[in-house]
Design a protein around this ligand. Structure first.
Ligand code: GLN
Length: 192
């Protein structure tokens, strides 16, 4: 199983380390020709969504990646990655716009920009959640499943092949969210 990690900006190295620990091979997508390599899943890391959106367009990566995601490629977006997938963005512009969620950027305010809690993730159990100038999900469309909430606000959702977390599971030692994503890929591969 090979997972591609978008590596144009942000916290991509931590995701690669998680994947390696879990025995999945991965490579970085930095330019269009990297898309020639086959891959079974894609991670969109945290970082700055406005910068990533611009770079994705400039590097001519937006359209080809959107097509793959729409065609069913399993994708996992964390924090800024969640914003890139959202159909609607408050305080920003959509990028791929493939997932039926409305994201609110920098939703916790500057003072409360970073914090860590333990909460229930449906299908996994209680996990540590690290928020870094995070968005939350204001609403989801029909067919999009809510997997976790913190203080009543939606922080994790899934729509078929698309998984998003407002927090950063790659900065904790807990590998269960990455394993959950690898299981999504596995399930997709068995269907093929
Ligand atoms: N605040 C960032 C944005 O809007 C997201 C922060 C993060 O990815 N840690 O893109």
């Amino acid at each position: 199983m090979t997972v591609a990690v978008l590596a144009i900006q942000g916290a991509f190295i931590e995701h690669e380390q998680m994947l390696e620990k879990l025995g999945a091979s991965c490579f970085e997508i930095r330019q269009k020709k990297d898309l020639e390599r086959p891959f079974d899943g894609l991670i969109l890391p945290g970082g700055e969504s406005t910068v990533m959106r611009k770079l994705l367009t400039d590097l001519d990566l937006s359209e080809p990646l959107r097509e793959k995601i729409s065609a069913g490629l399993p994708v996992f977006g964390t924090c800024a990655g969640l914003i890139l997938l959202a159909k609607e963005v408050e305080g920003g512009l959509p990028c791929f716009g493939t997932m039926g969620i409305r994201a609110k950027r920098n939703a916790y305010g500057r003072q409360l920009g970073s914090f860590c809690v333990k909460e229930e993730f449906e299908g996994i159990g209680e996990i540590p959640m690290n928020f870094i100038r995070a968005p939350y999900i204001e609403r989801v469309s029909e067919g999009t499943e809510i997997l976790a909430k913190v203080d009543g606000l939606i922080v994790t959702a899934r729509e078929r092949n698309q998984l998003v977390t407002a927090f950063h599971p790659e900065v904790t030692g807990d590998m269960r969210v990455h394993q959950y994503f690898l299981d999504m890929i596995q399930a997709q591969n068995t269907k093929k």
